[in-house]
Design a protein around this ligand. Structure first.
Ligand code: SF4
Ligand code: SF4
Length: 357
């Protein structure tokens, strides 16, 4: 029902849409150090908060559940939080979240097989199959040598535990380059083949720099050709996440109407990033992190306090083209495209189907 309620609000010019899913950063600590990561990474660990006690995180999830029934748990690296399994069990069994997604770098999965039965979706961030490229991104050699095996093994568990495995790749000028001098295939093409072979879905987002697509991508014919290839592959049935509307937006990089309140993000300590992560991070009068879910008994109260403190979400702000920002806004504000997309995927039109982060 919130989809139609949101549509009615859009029709009357309102910006305050009901959330369709929420992202909780279980911990800000990470065991990797990806060069392009703008927020986390081992180099920033000493300055970052760690996880909260279990009772606090349970309260945070209880408040979130009052606003939405779809939850993503991420980090940093969420598997570094010692209470992750307890928290997932609480989310699924007690709070009855309809959909539970964990976004991880995958490196610690072999020591946490118990999370698999609790998952609806597992998203592993992986941008290339090439160990040399991982090492260039600061991934320790031991992980670089084992990650593909981890992904293959995890893919085999999908049927048994009834979850969907998705690889999430960031498109960079580097991984768009041909793997070998005379080859037309890039590292990203190899990644798509790997996913097809192992029955894994894959999603793509352009690398962002200061919340805008990295400049070299915006002027790159190779980037254009790759997005057109993704559109064709998706039409042909390759398991590529993202609506055609999103992929077309990636090709044109034209402004779209962003409704950031569709996916609220909450930091490990309970701080609500209002109205969205980039604006809250800037911390000016348009948004911030002063509202903490630990101080509220319900989502409605916390959200009302954030609106009162910072005002409505902005109009005509559209710098973010990562799938997790753009996709929900596109599907929410373009019902015809959403209906067409629904015919391409089985089941209901749940926005989280298209936006794995
Ligand atoms: S694994 Fe994720 S959170 Fe950690 S440094 Fe890399 S991109 Fe950032
Ligand atoms: S494009 Fe959307 S998510 Fe990005 S800063 Fe603007 S309102 Fe926030």
């Amino acid at each position: 029902m919130s989809y139609f309620r949101n549509l009615a609000r859009i029709a009357t010019g309102q910006r305050n849409l009901d959330p369709r899913m929420a992202i909780y950063y279980v911990t800000a600590q990470c065991n990797l150090n990806c060069a392009y990561c703008e927020d986390f990474g081992a180099r920033r660990n000493p300055a970052q908060s760690t996880h909260q006690p279990l009772e606090h995180t349970q309260h945070i999830l209880r408040v979130i559940r009052g606003g939405t029934d779809a939850l993503w748990l991420t980090g940093g690296e969420p598997l570094l939080a010692p209470h992750l399994l307890d928290l997932m069990g609480f989310a699924k069994r007690e709070l009855r979240f309809r959909s539970l997604t964990v976004i991880s770098n995958g490196t610690l999965l072999p020591s946490h097989p118990q999370i698999l039965p609790l998952l609806d979706r597992l998203v592993i961030s992986l941008d290339t199959l090439d160990p040399a490229a991982w090492e260039a991104l600061n991934m320790p050699k031991t992980y670089a040598e084992s990650i593909l095996e981890i992904v293959r093994d995890t893919a085999k568990e999908q049927k048994k535990h009834n979850f969907k495995l998705i690889l999430n790749a960031v498109i960079t000028p580097e991984n768009l380059e041909s793997e070998k001098p005379d080859s037309p295939f890039s590292a990203l093409d190899a990644l798509i083949d790997f996913c097809v072979q192992n029955k894994i879905w894959i999603s793509f987002s352009p690398q962002s720099v200061n919340n805008w697509p990295r400049y070299e991508l915006t002027v790159s014919p190779t980037y254009q050709a790759f997005i057109q290839k993704l559109i064709q592959l998706k039409r042909d049935g390759t398991p590529i996440m993202g609506s055609l509307a999103y992929l077309r937006t990636l090709a044109t990089l034209e402004p779209y109407d962003c409704y950031p309140t569709l996916i609220p993000r909450i930091l490990p300590g309970g701080e609500l990033e209002y109205p969205c992560r980039p604006i809250a991070k800037a911390g000016n009068e348009q948004g911030g992190r002063e509202i903490n879910l630990l101080d509220f008994a319900s989502w409605k109260e916390a959200w009302a306090a954030a609106r009162q403190r910072y005002g409505e979400a902005p109009v005509a702000c559209n710098s973010c083209f990562q799938q997790c920002y753009a996709e929900p806004s596109l599907m929410q504000s373009r019902p015809l495209e959403a209906c067409l997309e629904k015919t391409r995927v089985s089941g209901k039109l749940n926005l989280e189907q298209f936006s794995p982060g």
